[in-house]
Design a protein around this ligand. Structure first.
Ligand code: UT7
Length: 335
């Protein structure tokens, strides 16, 4: 058995900044409401064909690979987490293998929405720990903006989400006391439809139904979120799964050097911060600048925190996510 560590990090966001005032020009919303309820000031939206979920993932991955100090040819496996793939199938994992120009390594697509990166990291960790692979590339990338209802009808959801990508190279760590200490994953499918895009699918809204109906006002194309219900579940599950990870490693909340919560809503992060009595410098938030980028939010935040020098050797870094499924999870790292 080996340990696995995060050896390199990278992120990419599109240049196109969309402010709350920009949104108020296309729907009935305003900067005050958005900032008060979510903390978001602006987000990025792709504005050209050049940026797709895959291409942004590739850009983030190239940075992560370079920072890991390895060649792309040393990547043994790819894990790609997204809820907004370029194609219905195949998933973006194979497109990354193609676009990075690496050998015929395995590529796995993870469908766990906001928890996707945490799930992906856990998968990578197990492969590296078992000795099967030395370097696993984990990507979280999303293009939300092309799938949102940008009218007043969709405002409770559309103001929240943004586009972007983050990536990590997970590599073998020889020091048994360092790297990913544990990961903790959960799901509760009972609430699957509380945060979901229903169509097109082979369940309730078939592609053939949609073609026959030809109904552009069909709301099932758009994300649905029971906001308050999701919020209430999120604050409970975030806290539980962070505590679960700390207990497993005989750690206390006071041992956390940096908590990086999935950027769902600044109010959720603040609730968790208060619960664990963490000072501002021990929680990293960037939802103000990027909105909620689901599977990309943790790797973007982790990369920014690392770039800003907020993570030092030996630090206990805690990642935690909650989202559609419901799915949630945490990863405890000694850097
Ligand atoms: O990452 C995945 C996990 N996602 C989350 O964790 C998100 C969890 N939920 C939330 O963050 C919050 O529920 C929201 C930010 C989505 C919504 O905040 P809320 O405080 O729960 O607002 P609400 O949906 O109860 O709506 C309150 C009012 C409504 O008006 P009335 O009925 O009181 O007259 C909405 O129509 O705010 C109205 N509203 C808006 N007003 C201006 C909803 N969206 C907007 C908007 N601008 N964008």
């Amino acid at each position: 058995m080996y340990n696995a560590r995060i050896a390199g990090l990278g992120f990419y966001v599109p240049d196109n900044v969309v402010t709350n005032d920009d949104l108020s020009k296309v729907m009935d919303t305003n900067d005050e409401w958005i900032q008060e309820r979510t903390g978001i000031k602006e987000r990025r939206h792709v504005d050209s064909e050049a940026d797709t979920t895959t291409s942004m993932g590739v850009k983030a991955a190239k940075i992560a690979i370079e920072r890991a100090g390895i060649s792309k040819d040393a990547i043994d496996f790819i894990v790609f987490a997204t809820l907004s793939p370029d194609y219905y199938f195949p998933g973006p994992g194979v497109l990354v293998q193609r676009d990075l120009g690496i050998a015929t390594v395995g590529a796995l697509d993870v469908r766990n929405q906001c928890s996707g990166f945490v799930y992906g990291l856990s998968v990578a960790d197990q492969y590296v720990k078992s000795g099967m692979y030395k370097n696993v590339l984990v990507i979280g990338s999303e293009v939300h903006s092309r799938g949102l209802d940008m009218t007043t009808r969709g405002r409770a959801v559309s103001v929240i989400f943004g586009d972007g990508a983050g990536a990590a190279v997970v590599s073998r760590e020889e020091d048994p006391t360092k790297g990913i200490l544990s990961s903790h994953l959960h799901s509760e499918g009972q609430h699957a439809e509380e945060l979901a895009v229903i169509a097109p699918g082979m369940g309730k809204r078939w592609v053939t139904d949609i073609l026959e109906d030809n109904s552009p006002d069909d709301e099932s194309y758009y994300p649905y979120m029971n906001g308050q219900f999701v919020f209430k579940n999120a604050v409970v599950r975030f806290s539980e799964v962070i505590m679960e990870g700390l207990k497993k490693n005989k750690l206390q909340p006071t041992d956390i050097n940096l908590l990086i919560p999935h950027q769902a809503n600044l109010r959720i992060s603040q609730f968790v911060q208060k619960k664990f009595r963490l000072s501002n410098d021990r929680v990293y938030n960037n939802i103000m600048s990027y909105g909620n980028t689901t599977a990309a939010s943790i790797p973007i935040a982790l990369t920014e925190a690392w770039e800003e020098g907020k993570i030092k050797d030996g630090d206990i870094v805690v990642l935690a996510a909650f989202g559609s499924g419901f799915t949630w999870g945490s990863v405890i790292i000694r850097w």
